[in-house]
Design a protein around this ligand. Structure first.
Ligand SMILES: [Zn+2]
Length: 255
């Protein structure tokens, strides 16, 4: 049986997510941006929290961990390099580790770049990636404690997943990302269509926190640095995709 998912808004723009194994009832919160929103989601679904899977140690992803662990006795799985959860981590994970959530299984990838301690969780059987702040809908994380080359490598790895893999992202920056993407890749018809949808969704106040690798390959400028059109948009025709990526990310930082 496949994982059950429930997505909800946390703080202003963080994506809260619960992943549940229907066979065993094991249920993980992805990060813990704030405990009350996670508790509300648990009450709404009737699910019982057993685990917290932490993607990285930034405060807006971990500040609810202590309260949730205390209230629910949840097991905390976090990157070995995470320094913001002293005394709270039950399982410290590294590249290649497996994490089980009831009958569900995820592989851990170390994906520094956004920050030094970042990991993602790949539930291969469920075709599901917990992407944290590496990938956003039509965007990617800012370099904020990590480096550009590592972030590019992490995104290349994400990009190589099967196109029907779903990704839960760390923030709903979808509208701002779509508007930037249109500046960088204006002749992309798939992007124009998706950006129009982002305007509608944002106007209605709905959360957009999940995507697929296929849709991102078609519309996300940070997964398209190898495309001549993107290189041209930053005046770097023929340049190495990693350099084009950096130029795109720095351009996005300014606006
Ligand atoms: Zn972050």
């Amino acid at each position: 049986m496949n994982a059950e998912l429930h997505l909800f808004r946390c703080l202003n723009d963080n994506v809260g997510a619960l992943i549940r194994d229907p066979e065993t009832g094991a249920c993980a919160s992805i990060d813990a941006p704030e405990a009350p929103a996670v508790d509300e989601a648990l009450a709404h679904t009737g699910w019982r929290l057993t685990d917290i899977l932490v993607t990285h140690g930034h405060q807006d992803h971990v500040q609810g961990v202590g309260a949730l662990k205390e209230r629910h006795g949840a097991r905390v799985v976090a990157p070995a390099a995470c320094e913001t959860l002293p005394g709270l981590v039950d399982v410290a994970v590294r590249e290649g580790d497996s994490v089980t959530l009831g009958g569900l299984a995820a592989q851990v990838w170390e994906t520094p770049g956004h920050c030094a301690d970042h990991v993602v969780f790949h539930f291969a059987d469920d075709k599901l990636l917990v992407a944290g702040d590496v990938l956003f809908v039509m965007g990617c994380g800012r370099v904020f404690g990590g480096d550009y080359a590592s972030l590019f490598t992490a995104l290349e790895r994400v990009r190589a997943l099967p196109e029907d893999t779903r990704a839960i992202v760390g923030h709903d920056y979808t509208l701002a990302n779509a508007r930037f993407a249109l500046k960088a890749d204006p002749d992309n018809a798939a992007l124009r269509e998706r950006a129009a949808r982002a305007e509608t969704e944002a106007a209605s106040g709905s959360l957009w926190g999940m995507t697929t690798i296929g849709e991102e390959k078609a519309t996300n400028p940070f997964l398209r640095a190898q495309e001549p059109a993107l290189a041209a948009s930053v005046g770097m025709a023929g340049a190495d995709p990693s350099d084009v990526f950096r130029a795109l990310r720095e351009w996005k930082n300014k606006g």
